[in-house]
Design a protein around this ligand. Structure first.
Ligand SMILES: NC(=O)C1=CN([C@@H]2O[C@H](COP(=O)(O)OP(=O)(O)OC[C@H]3O[C@@H](n4cnc5c(N)ncnc54)[C@H](O)[C@@H]3O)[C@@H](O)[C@H]2O)C=CC1
Ligand SMILES: O=C([O-])CC(=O)C(=O)O
Length: 358
């Protein structure tokens, strides 16, 4: 007969295991331990999600938002600093996900083992005057190390990669997974949802409508002119003057810089990014659960252009980006933008691939 983990004799042991899940021993017997592990591993319905860089500007509000997501049963928070505090704090929210913290490189594997979805906002943010590419030297190595951990410990997980420069870090992650023999292009998704959120917001402002009623496809990549909003494909169908098109395109392409300058040296977008990352992760989780018809923009391995990676709308499914949707009809302004975007994007992709062949 199964022992009852809720029996008074076992209750405190179960709580203790939650407080310190790395604890190798349980005082109250192995049978209770098995039950605890069963529940903590997702005995409750839901997915196991890890956030790498969880103590950062994005990581903290993203941890909060993922703790609120009913599709999450287990939430692992990993960083090289401050995870005990963030974990203690978030774990007091009375939502169902079980939260565990992991600190430092020696706990990376424990953080990743068994995860279904890994969200990566680890790495340096910009300061005024920097481009995203200026982050390459620091963040390329961080992304490589973390993705090596994913390949080792949860090779079937879906990865949502946020760390900049996304145009190069996604190709780096792909090379890591190829080297490890675990690469499935469908499972590696660069997060460009903030570009879409900004596009929806700025277009709604111009149209004088609620941003929740607006949907703007944003394609290409995630830096400057590689961010290409397709204003000709806005829903609800809308037309814009030339001035409006130039204003909107420029504002969407430079939305990140707008925040970096406003924060004046204290970082880049964190709150809107956590919101966007949580929206994208939720879309992935819903698709992983079998929900049909979920379409989001994402920077993925793609054959839509001659470049190996490109952001377009993708249809999400149980296995990640199951269908890459075409660009659709572009107007002259967008076609010119596409050519400029492809040139810069191609160089950023090559830089990522070259980093991994050193
Ligand atoms: N894809 C997108 O749309 C966006 C991407 N970003 C990027 O997200 C990244 C994070 O931004 P913030 O959270 O504002 O920066 P932050 O500096 O506030 O936080 C980064 C966190 O990463 C951690 N970290 C550093 N090395 C690590 C490692 N090896 N393993 C695990 N954690 C590590 C740091 O300890 C820190 O807690 C930046 O690269 C930024 O450019 C930011 C906004 C939007
Ligand atoms: O601009 C930055 O450095 C951060 C980012 O990617 C964004 O806000 O879109």
């Amino acid at each position: 007969m199964q022992p009852d983990a809720n029996a008074p004799s076992h209750r405190l042991a179960r709580v203790a295991a939650h407080l310190n899940p790395q604890r190798p021993q349980m005082e109250e017997g192995a049978s209770a331990l098995r039950l605890v592990v069963c529940r903590a591993k997702g005995g409750a319905p839901g997915f196991k999600v890890a956030i790498l860089g969880a103590a950062g500007g994005i990581g903290q509000p993203l941890s909060l938002l993922m703790k609120m997501n009913p599709l999450v049963s287990v939430l692992h928070l990993y960083d090289v600093v401050n995870t005990p505090g963030v974990t203690a704090d978030v774990s007091h929210m009375d939502t169902s996900a079980v939260v565990r913290g992991f600190l430092g490189a020696q706990q990376l594997d424990a953080a990743l083992t068994g995860m279904d979805l890994v969200i990566i906002p680890a790495g340096l943010p910009r300061k005024p005057g920097m481009t995203r590419d200026d982050l390459f030297n620091k963040n390329a190595g961080i992304v490589r190390t973390l993705c090596e951990g994913v390949a080792r410990c949860c090779p079937n997980a879906i990865v949502n990669l946020i760390s900049n420069p996304v145009n190069s870090t996604v190709p780096i992650a792909a090379e890591v997974f190829k080297k490890a023999g675990t690469y499935d292009p469908k499972r590696l998704l660069g997060v460009t949802t903030l570009d879409v959120a900004r596009a929806n917001t700025f277009v709604a402002e111009v149209l004088g409508v609620d941003p929740r009623d607006v949907s703007v496809p944003v394609v290409g990549g995630h830096a400057g002119i590689t961010i290409l909003p397709l204003l000709s494909q806005v829903t609800p169908p809308s037309s814009f003057t030339q001035d409006e098109t130039r204003y909107l395109t420029d504002r969407i392409q430079n939305g990140g810089t707008e925040v970096v300058e406003a924060k004046a040296g204290s970082g880049s977008a964190t709150l809107s990014m956590a919101f966007a990352a949580s929206k994208f992760a939720d879309a992935c989780l819903q698709a992983m659960r079998g929900e049909a018809g979920i379409v989001e923009c994402s920077y993925v391995a793609s054959e839509v252009t001659e470049l190996p990676f490109f952001a377009t709308k993708v249809r999400l499914g149980r296995g990640g980006a199951e269908e890459i949707l075409p660009l659709g009809p572009l107007n002259d302004f967008e076609r010119a933008g596409l050519e400029a975007a492809k040139k810069e994007l191609g160089e950023s992709i090559q830089k990522g691939i070259a980093f991994m062949s050193k």
